[in-house]
Structure formats: structure tokens, C-alpha cells
Design a protein around this ligand. Structure first.
Ligand code: GDP
Ligand code: MG
Length: 163
């Protein structure tokens, strides 16, 4: 069985960009419009000899009660349930948002191994890009740039070790 990695986070943090890099496909829809990728999306990746499955999600809207946002939340919950390890992606340029805190609370209840990942960190210092996020209580964040590839290989290695 290949380990399953789920990408979770609020819209527009770079989940689909990371998915595309991991699967080297253009299947996941990357867009400037938050919430455009509405379906769970499965792909296969490989680091060296280690294959894995990765699930992209549409962006978690935990307070949504109806409509497409509720549907996206349900799909994200399903993806987390299927995952061996969750990469919880946040945006290092935007910093911590209330939405990130709500997702943290949700993930704590799911009983999965979660790695906190600060994306969009290219050209930024580790200490300044991560400072905001210690408040989430998820330990030392992994710092990546999904767009440029920085830190992605190491992150996946850690994720597979934790899976
Ligand atoms: P999603 O909604 O979480 O799937 O986010 P997307 O992958 O669609 O990306 C949202 C926006 O962030 C797009 O404009 C991406 O080009 C941009 N983005 C993604 N990763 C990075 C990154 O590492 N650095 C920067 N600067 N922008 C990024
Ligand atoms: Mg997306």
C-alpha cells in the first residue's frame, strides 16, 4: 500500500501548485480564484524509490453550512480520513489568519499525523516567515516554495517517514 498524503488548507495557499509539483501533472487546476479546485483530486508521486499517493483538496471552509462550501468541507474531511499524513498548508506571505486556526482545531480532532507547512517562502528568512505560526501549537513548521520547489523534497521525505 502506498502511503497517502493529503494537502489541506484554506483556499489560495498553494495546495494545487504543490500537488502539481508532486505529481508532475497539470491535472489539478491552479488558479488565482480561491476555491476553484472543488473536487478531491488524486495523483501519484515518487521520491527516489518511494512512491506515494497525494490528494489535493478544494480548500477547507469549516464554517460553511450549505452549498458548494459545505460540499468542499465534506470532501476535505473525507480526504483527511483517507490520509496517512496531512500536510496543513499556510501562506507565509499572508501570515496567520483566523481561518488557519479553525482548520487547526478541526485537524486536531481527526487523529492524523499533521505537518505544518509554510508555503510561498521563497526569498524569505525562516524565522520571519514562520514566527506567526508557532501560535498554532503544531511545532516547527516546514518551509517551502511550491512554485519554485524549495524545501519540497525534504518535506515529502519527512511526510513519508511520518506516514
Ligand atoms: P490552492 O487554492 O491552495 O490550491 O492554491 P493554488 O495552488 O491555486 O495557488 C494560489 C496562488 O498562489 C496562485 O496564484 C499560485 O501561483 C500562488 N502560489 C502557489 N505557490 C506559491 C509559492 O510557492 N510562492 C508564491 N509566491 N506563490 C505561490
Ligand atoms: Mg486548488
Amino acid at each position: 500500500m502506498k502511503p497517502v498524503i493529503a494537502l489541506v488548507g484554506r483556499p489560495n495557499v498553494g495546495k494545487s501548485t504543490l500537488f502539481n509539483r508532486l505529481t508532475r501533472s497539470r491535472d489539478a487546476l491552479v488558479a488565482d480564484l480561491p476555491g476553484l479546485t472543488r473536487d478531491r483530486h488524486y495523483g501519484e508521486g515518487r521520491i527516489g524509490e518511494r512512491p506515494f499517493l497525494v490528494i489535493d483538496t478544494g480548500g477547507f471552509e469549516p464554517v460553511a453550512k450549505e452549498g458548494i462550501m459545505k460540499e468542499m468541507a465534506a470532501q476535505t474531511k473525507q480526504a483527511v480520513a483517507e490520509a496517512d499524513v496531512v500536510l496543513f498548508i499556510v501562506d507565509g506571505r499572508q501570515g496567520l489568519t483566523p481561518h488557519d486556526k479553525t482548520i487547526t482545531d478541526f485537524l486536531r480532532r481527526q487523529g492524523r499525523t499533521v505537518l505544518l507547512v509554510v508555503n510561498k517562502s521563497e526569498g524569505m528568512k525562516y524565522t520571519s516567515v514562520t514566527a506567526d505560526f508557532y501560535e498554532l501549537g503544531m511545532g516547527d513548521p516546514y518551509v517551502i516554495s511550491a512554485a519554485h520547489g524549495d524545501g519540497v523534497h525534504d518535506l515529502v521525505g519527512e511526510a513519508l517517514d511520518a506516514a
